[in-house]
Design a protein around this ligand. Structure first.
Ligand SMILES: Cc1ncc(COP(=O)(O)O)c(C=O)c1O
Length: 354
């Protein structure tokens, strides 16, 4: 801290992302990246896009990307907002829709960037406890909120809410903006995107970082009523006109065109997840019914940070949220390849038999 720091820089508690080790760890399962590479078409597209045109600014509206997404979901391009990773889209939406005079709410256990943005933009918020079984209880959310945000499937629990339940929420709270962060929806779940045609209080946020293997490129998006998208564009164009670069735009379009490839790799992940949950059940290790590309477990009698270290000693990086007391003894383990998961099961056996 020094005398030039603003009050915000002084007071904020920044988000702490999962570790990205510089040396190759044996098995990296701490940030929910896809264990499979992007489609060969995406790599080809990136090579082609790395040409002399890079001297020119990219399309500020990422039109080809918005048109591709619109076609994919049966929307109009005016219902799609492109971003440099969904974290950026989330930051913009906090500014576009919320202010220090409104109250927003999200679960006490969810993506831990939500409270960071709320604090950064001085937006008052309530963290509503999940039920004992980690499910979201919408009836516990007070009336009159400006916004409700949650991830579906939720992170780090992986628990999924079907569209019917979200539709009830949209209907019962027409003046509350419902933000559904679908970062992990492609791992075998139904998206609520079709509902954006019927509910102007719904904004769906997605990312290409997980199911489309592009975490290193930073591509995210939001879908909603054109007037919601317009507000996001007003914020974006007051911050940085060119959020998605030329390479990202080219890769993102191709990632939707190569949908068959992604369905295939993601079904491998889903199969691996289900088999891992079954093995955990047989071993008597509690885990949630995750519908995501990670599993949330607790090793009885072992403190979360200790468990994290015991995995690390065996060359496996996983994630623990020690600062959130309710889940301090839980671990989030990304689903890797079949081989990765064999190693994880071996590691768990060693840890519990200690
Ligand atoms: C629930 C959720 N939302 C959003 C993100 C951010 O994704 P990105 O900024 O890579 O698009 C993550 C990343 O882990 C996440 O878990």
């Amino acid at each position: 801290m020094n005398r030039f720091w603003s009050n915000i820089a002084r007071e904020i508690t920044p988000y702490v992302p999962g570790e990205q080790p510089r040396d190759k760890v044996r098995i990296k399962l701490n940030t929910n990246e896809n264990p499979y590479p992007p489609s060969p078409g995406v790599i080809e597209c990136l090579k082609e896009a790395a040409n002399e045109d890079i001297r020119l600014y990219p399309d500020t509206e990422s039109r080809a990307f918005c048109e591709t997404v619109a076609r994919y979901y049966g929307l109009s391009p005016r219902q799609v907002f492109p971003g440099n990773g969904s974290d950026e889209v989330l930051a913009f939406l906090f500014q576009a829709f919320f202010s220090p005079h409104n109250l927003v709410a999200f679960p006490d256990v969810t993506y831990s960037f939500y409270p960071v943005y709320a604090n950064l933009y001085r937006i008052p918020y309530r963290e509503i406890p999940l039920r004992e079984d980690f499910t979201i209880d919408f009836s516990a959310y007070p009336q009159g909120l400006k916004g409700i945000l949650f991830a579906n499937p939720n992170a780090p629990t992986g628990i999924y809410i079907p569209p019917e339940e979200i539709e009830c929420l949209l209907k019962s709270r027409p003046d509350t903006l419902i933000v559904v962060d679908e970062a992990y929806v492609d791992f075998g779940n139904e998206s609520v995107v079709p509902l954006v045609n019927r509910y102007d209080n719904l904004l769906v946020v997605q990312t290409l970082s997980k199911s489309r293997s592009l975490a290193g490129m930073r591509i995210g998006l939001a879908m909603g009523h054109p007037q919601l998208i317009e507000a996001l564009n007003r914020i974006k164009n007051s911050f940085n006109s060119y959020t998605m670069d030329r390479l990202a735009q080219a890769a993102a379009v191709r990632a939707y065109e190569d949908d068959g490839y992604y369905r295939e790799i993601n079904s491998k992940i889903i199969r691996e997840r289900e088999s891992f949950k079954k093995t955990l059940g047989e071993m008597g290790i509690p885990c949630t019914d995750s519908k995501s590309n990670f599993v949330f477990i607790t090793l009885p009698g072992i403190k979360g940070p200790d468990a994290l270290n015991l995995f690390r000693e065996q060359g496996i990086l996983v994630r623990n949220f020690a600062k959130i007391p309710r889940i301090a003894d839980w671990l989030r383990i990304t689903i890797g390849t079949k081989d990765d998961m064999v190693r994880v099961v071996e590691a768990i056996k060693k840890i519990v038999e200690r």
